[in-house]
Design a protein around this ligand. Structure first.
Ligand code: KG4
Ligand code: ZN
Length: 337
């Protein structure tokens, strides 16, 4: 079965082609970062309009790369939420119209299920059940994954998502948007000793997160040292150390609570090498295995949507002609196909 995946939930147009026997055949991501950079964050209306311009050309490009035609497709998966409503509607409309014209099934996919399954596109995919740490720009969650669609959220952020905190701290330091990669780079030359930032919510039980206080602590530190030109790398390092440590503490706790032997880490922030190094070290220490997506599948992409759609289309005939998108959509309301 050959499935086309369409991702348009935020500021990336992502297209992927997944084949049940051959895996990912081609994928392409068009990032709108240049459009939103001057505003310091994503402008929803500009995002929708650009998805309108890019989605069809990118589908054509991806099919051409795989030497395939629209008529070769067996199904189309699109991100139906959570995300920006206008952006979601573009991908959904294109997907539904194409599927109607081709007389093949279409299926709306949960964006975070896409992220959750993205490490499955690896050469050595993890086997369910496992514990998942989902860390993106909009969500931070620890999830008990029993099977496809059987998810229990064990903990999540009560305020900012981890990626959002990276983006806001980058803004405070005058770095561009998105901030994650810029902070990661700057932190490499920062001192791990100069500052120690708080590890939020680690001194009380539970698996929830909160990054808003850490963000304010970071801002206060910057304001207290305004005349220090060497400050930025040290602040970036202290911030990343605090975020990574927080995840290590919570993952260790979640492994103990669930007894899982496999940890899967995905979403944009899972591209962070310091986080990966910390988690891999922890995994060795406590005797579990840890899996990440390939770097190209950490941030938003169409390949993960194609794959999630493929998994669900295996036991589904698609949706009726009407469709709706869900800007807010909890992962634990999903059901097994
Ligand atoms: O998963 P994603 O592409 O979009 C959402 O679903 O939100 O995640 C984007 C987020 C952004 O906040 C970005 O700053 C962060 O992932 N990110 C990183 C890194 N690369 C992307 N954060 C830390 N380190 C990175 N290397
Ligand atoms: Zn995402």
């Amino acid at each position: 079965m050959l499935v086309l995946g369409i991702e348009t939930s935020c500021d990336e147009t992502g297209i992927g082609l997944y084949d049940g026997e051959r895996g990912i055949l081609a994928h392409a991501v068009y990032s709108q970062v240049a459009i939103h950079a001057r505003y310091g964050g994503v402008v929803p209306e500009l995002a929708s309009r650009d998805h309108v311009r890019k989605t069809l050309p990118l589908i054509k490009q991806t099919l051409a790369e795989a030497d395939l035609k629209l008529s070769d497709l067996d199904g189309i998966a699109y991100t139906a939420g959570p995300g920006l409503v206008g952006a979601l509607l573009v991908g959904s409309s294109v997907a539904r119209s194409l599927a109607f014209g081709l007389n093949i099934p279409a299926l709306g996919v949960h964006h975070m299920e896409g992220h959750l399954l993205s490490p499955m596109l690896d050469d050595l995919p993890p086997a369910m059940p496992f514990l998942a740490l989902l860390v993106s720009g909009g969500h931070t969650m620890l999830v008990d994954v029993q099977a496809l669609g059987c998810y229990e959220i064990l903990g999540e952020s009560l305020d900012d998502a981890a990626g959002e905190a990276f983006d806001k701290v980058a803004k405070m330091l005058g770095l561009g948007y998105p901030g994650g990669p810029a902070i990661e780079k700057l932190a490499q030359s920062g001192s791990p000793e100069r500052f120690r930032f708080p590890r939020p919510m680690t001194n009380r039980p539970g698996l929830d997160f909160s990054f808003s206080g850490l963000k304010t602590f970071t801002l206060n530190t910057i304001n207290d040292h305004l005349d220090d030109p060497t400050l930025a790398p040290d602040v970036a390092r202290a911030f990343v150390d605090a975020v990574v440590d927080t995840f290590l503490i919570k993952c260790r706790r979640a492994v103990k609570q669930t007894g899982h032997k496999t940890l899967v880490v995905s979403g944009g922030v899972s591209a962070n090498k310091q986080l990966r190094a910390g988690l891999s070290e922890l995994a060795d220490k406590i005797g579990i295995s840890v899996h990440y997506p390939k770097f190209e599948f950490c941030t938003d992409n169409g390949a993960m949507i194609a794959y999630a759609g493929y998994c669900r289309l295996l036991s589904s005939t698609g949706e009726p002609l009407g469709y709706h998108v869900q800007p807010r959509w909890s992962l634990d309301t999903l059901q097994a196909p």
